[in-house]
Design a protein around this ligand. Structure first.
Ligand code: ZN
Length: 249
């Protein structure tokens, strides 16, 4: 792997766990790669990432993998809250409001090489390649609805449920109802939590439920950003659950 080591960030500390088992994908929401590097290496900002990838596909290594970079912030996945201590953070030079508003082919090629490299090096499950919005659905939107997850799914560098699972979804719905999940919302929250999402605050704040559904849709139903449990989203969630329960990988 070819990394550019010219710029380093001092915004890191020691990991609390030795095992690295998550990879988090972000976008910078800044104008260009120069601004991104400046932002991620300025001490006062107290943020960083292990890598940032430019539009032209250059991969800058800002923090050593073994150190705890500060990219996840307040976050939660499968009830783990110190995501920085167990993850690698990758920033992409992208902002939807500026000229770097595309995930370029070269950027995506470099990202997939880097993911492959890290997945092999640390033996990371491809189900654990996540969006910042997956682990912080109430605060974050990156890498956003335009990020081409399908590109990563097709290379098995991120997980997409097998929605061709043959199973009577109605039966599954009845099973949920028998187990006292009486509304679509309850069933959906159960499944989202089973996948890994943080659902604790959703019952307190209605807006949070919408944000959670949007985070899920940005990953799996990018053309269907209704922020609601519509039929398409609900059926996809049921299939997602089945796909996780019925298949090992
Ligand atoms: Zn982010």
């Amino acid at each position: 792997m070819k990394f550019i080591n010219k710029y380093k960030s001092s915004n890191f500390n020691e990991r609390k766990f030795s095992k690295i088992d998550l990879i988090i994908i972000h976008y910078t929401a800044l104008k260009n790669i120069e601004e991104a590097i400046k932002f991620l290496t300025t001490t006062e900002n107290k943020v960083s990432s292990h890598y940032v990838i430019s539009n032209s596909g250059d991969i800058y290594s800002l923090v050593k993998d073994e150190k705890r970079a500060w990219h996840a912030g307040l976050s939660n996945w499968k009830n783990n809250t110190d995501i920085n201590s167990r993850s690698i953070g990758i920033e992409l030079d992208y902002s939807k409001f500026n000229s770097n508003n595309k995930f370029t082919k070269k950027m995506l090629q470099s990202l997939s090489l880097l993911l492959k490299f890290l997945i092999n090096k640390y033996n990371i499950n491809y189900k654990n390649v996540l969006a910042h919005s997956d682990i912080s659905p109430f605060r974050k939107q990156d890498p956003g609805p335009s990020f081409p997850w399908n590109y990563l799914y097709s290379k098995r560098l991120a997980y997409k449920p097998n929605i061709k699972v043959k199973y009577d979804l109605k039966k599954l719905e009845i099973w949920f109802e028998k187990n006292s999940f009486t509304t679509k919302k309850q069933i959906s929250l159960f499944i989202l939590n089973y996948i890994g999402y943080d659902i604790r605050e959703v019952n307190i704040n209605k807006l949070y439920f919408k944000k959670l559904i949007k985070a899920y849709q940005m990953r799996y139903l990018q053309k269907n950003l209704s922020e609601k449990i519509d039929t398409k989203t609900f059926n996809f969630l049921l299939k997602h659950y089945l796909s996780l329960v019925l298949t090992k990988n």
